[in-house]
Design a protein around this ligand. Structure first.
Ligand code: 13P
Length: 252
């Protein structure tokens, strides 16, 4: 099971190092369990230093929080998949709802980012999820279909490394509200069917994100077909993150 710590725009470089170094042995122990893979996604500016620590820990991978849709060139401020590959990123989150919302990222742009990541053999963590209004109007599957359509089209022409589809209901992110496990289970199963039908050889995994805490990790971990979690605010505290990893994987 995959446990992805998405630190978002938190943790200064020194704090990121402290988190990893101060909990080095416990972090290594988490990754040493063959059923668990931990992915730490710090800010771009901390990737290099954090990699220096994680590279000595099998089962603990490095992830970025975004990448450019372009391969290289005059795109001031952007970071390419090739740069991420050189710094040692194994994973990269794309299409997070915060970027879709604050930076108006389209489904097509997100799909181009996935293309760049696959070219560099970085595993894309492709995020999808409906807003609260869309949830109320029972539009979840229409929204997910629209968000994933361009991604699936891009992937049909590439041979992707292992992919992660992350279901993160927007109304659940940072709110403390979590959908009913049965509801998440049906979305997870729908996502599995979608990729198995359209990308039969890809070996994709479906993860859930949105207000994952020590309180709900065990229950969420029992959801059939769920392959991992994206953990935001609770991952900033190592002990909370560690407990989530233990509790979320206890049903394995
Ligand atoms: P929270 O765990 O803070 O709700 O954030 C979830 C998230 O956005 C992970 O990508």
């Amino acid at each position: 099971m995959l446990f992805i710590a998405n630190w978002k725009m938190n943790m200064l470089p020194a704090q990121s190092l402290d988190w990893c170094l101060g909990n080095k042995q416990e972090l290594a122990d988490l990754g040493a369990d063959e059923n668990i893979e931990v992915v730490i996604c710090p800010s771009f500016v901390s990737l290099h230093q954090v990699k220096g620590i994680l590279s000595l820990m099998p089962g603990v991978a490095l992830g970025a929080q975004d990448c450019s849709a372009h391969a290289q060139g005059a795109f001031t401020g952007q970071v390419s998949a090739a740069m991420l590959a050189e710094v040692g990123a194994d994973y990269c989150i794309v299409g997070h709802s915060e970027r879709r919302h604050h930076l108006a990222e389209s489904n097509e742009l997100v799909a181009e980012k996935v293309r760049r990541l696959v070219e560099m053999q970085i595993r894309a963590i492709s995020c999808v999820g409906e807003t609260s209004a869309q949830f109320e109007q029972q539009l979840t599957y229409d929204v997910l279909q629209a968000q994933l359509g361009p991604v699936l089209k891009v992937l049909a022409h590439q041979k992707p490394a292992r992919l992660v589809f992350a279901y993160e209901p927007v109304w659940s992110i940072g709110t403390g509200k979590v959908a009913e496990p049965d509801y998440i289970a049906s979305v997870v199963s729908w996502l599995h069917e979608l990729w198995q039908e359209q990308l039969p050889d890809s070996g994709a995994l479906v993860a859930y994100g949105g207000s994952v805490t020590e309180e709900n990790a065990a229950q969420l971990g029992r959801i059939q077909g769920l392959g991992g979690f994206l953990i935001g605010s609770a991952s900033l505290n190592f002990q909370k993150f560690k407990n989530i990893v233990h509790l979320g994987s206890s049903a394995l």
